[in-house]
Write a protein that binds this ligand. Structure first.
Ligand code: MG
Length: 436
């Protein structure tokens, strides 16, 4: 039984993600861990889901501390005082989704082995049922957001920029704007009132959702715009000219200015990374794989083009507010964000996705893999999905771990090759998803 995707357990509320299911997950966690902390983002189903998980934990005779609404990185930071951390969030997914993500005291997400242990326990019904006088206790855990902000302020210091923050109506509403203000910035906010209906914008911080942020940066003549996803483990930016600065550009920027020796990135990130004098290690896509590999390789920075940034002097959890503060510090020291971006050596990238019928996944995957593996003139790697490397260009085709989509990423040193390569990959995927 596989419950966990590439980023915990995720699905539509009261379909796949039900309170009954949450009680079972809670009872497995309570059987394994004495003292757990739980928190949640701003989704409408969070009290329902967290209450059920808490019930399960208590029934196994373990204690649980409720941190309330907070960002995923703040929950991961607080988990260092506990045996286990639980974040109830569906990250950037639409409002009808929710999910459960589990954390170790290092701030590292549960490994596949740990997830398998829980799957086996649930399959076999191997969970503890405490006697009436051994039921666990529920306690409040206050100020987890505040502790996380104090940590960031200590690491980054004072700032004096003008910043617009777009929290996407998520839990960052309680942290990032206050963080920047306390550090000395002039702060303007949009979508910074917690609301699980996400009235202002979709919780995924991609360019088409950030029109209001771009306008606000220009209107206020700000130095920087910051946008988070639904649980603020991600961060992307808008520069002082009102241009979107997505994960691909930020990954190069952090690699150039913040990383020291060794970085960990996923297989679908730019080949320009190799040109910044740091050792580049490539691994599977998904923040849990990045942080595990950082831990193994003793890397000081890890990041993904989706906007997840991990700094080894913090926790091993991607940290949107911390990344935002580090980016602001960089601007204060080195000059405007638009100039820094203009000075980066980079190549054009296209990222696209194609829907498929999840019931036919195995057959579709076999067809795509077979076609791509026989591709001439390319080095084929299977770290995650299929990566074809042609020297001056590459393509990655993979199945998303969080939604029924096939993702295609291509990068090339010139635009003509880029367009042709993307078209070719798109054609292969479309043919394989629609043939019988
Ligand atoms: Mg997230």
């Amino acid at each position: 039984m596989t419950l966990f995707g590439s980023s915990g357990i995720r699905g539509i509320v009261n379909r796949r993600i039900t309170p009954e299911f949450a009680v079972r997950i809670g009872s497995a966690i309570g059987t394994l861990h004495e003292k757990t902390i739980i928190g949640y983002d701003t989704r409408t189903s969070n009290i329902m889901m967290s209450s059920a998980i808490i019930s399960g934990i208590l029934s196994a005779g373990a204690d649980v501390y409720n941190a309330g609404i907070l960002t995923t990185p703040a929950l991961a930071y607080a988990t260092r005082r506990f045996d286990c951390g639980i974040m109830v969030t569906a990250s950037h997914n639409p409002p009808q989704y929710n999910g459960i993500k589990l954390w170790n005291p290092t701030g590292m997400a549960f490994t596949r082995n740990q997830e398998e242990q829980i799957e086996t326990m649930l399959e076999k019904g191997n969970v503890r049922k405490a006697e009436w006088d051994e039921i666990g206790g529920l306690f409040p855990y206050e100020n987890a957001n505040g502790e996380h902000m104090e940590f960031i302020k200590k690491r980054v210091g004072r700032l004096s920029l003008k910043v617009v923050v777009d929290c996407g109506s998520g839990p960052a509403s309680f942290s990032t704007p206050y963080l920047f203000r306390e550090m000395g910035c002039r702060v303007y906010t949009i979508n910074s009132h917690p609301d699980g209906h996400f009235p202002g914008r979709d919780p995924e911080p991609v360019e088409e959702n950030l029109g209001a942020l771009k306008s606000a940066v220009l209107h206020h003549e700000a130095d920087l715009g910051i946008a988070h996803d639904g649980d603020a483990d991600r961060m992307v930016a808008v520069d002082d000219m009102g241009n979107y600065v997505g994960g691909d550009a930020l990954l190069l920027l952090f690699t150039k200015y913040v990383a020291k020796k060794r970085i960990v990135v996923p297989v679908d990130s730019s080949m320009a990374l190799e040109e910044y004098g740091k050792e580049v290690i490539r691994t599977r896509i998904g923040d849990a794989f990045i942080s595990q590999e950082m831990h193994r390789q003793n890397a000081d920075f890890g990041g993904e083009p989706s906007g997840t940034w991990i700094f080894s002097d913090g926790t091993l959890c991607p940290d949107g507010p911390y990344a935002a503060a580090i980016l602001a510090k960089m601007i204060e020291k080195k000059g405007s964000l638009s100039q820094m971006i203009g000075g980066l050596k980079r190549y054009p990238i296209i990222r696209g996705k194609i829907d498929y019928d999840p019931c036919k996944r195995d057959a579709i995957q076999n067809r795509i893999w077979k076609t791509l593996e026989s591709e001439k003139g390319a080095d084929v790697s299977k770290i995650d999905g299929i990566r074809l490397d042609y020297g001056d260009s590459w393509a990655v085709v993979r199945f998303s771990g969080t939604e029924p989509k096939i993702r295609i990423t291509v990068e090339a040193k010139n635009r003509r090759t880029l367009a042709a390569l993307y078209k070719k990959m798109q054609k292969i995927v479309l043919l394989c998803t629609h043939s019988r």
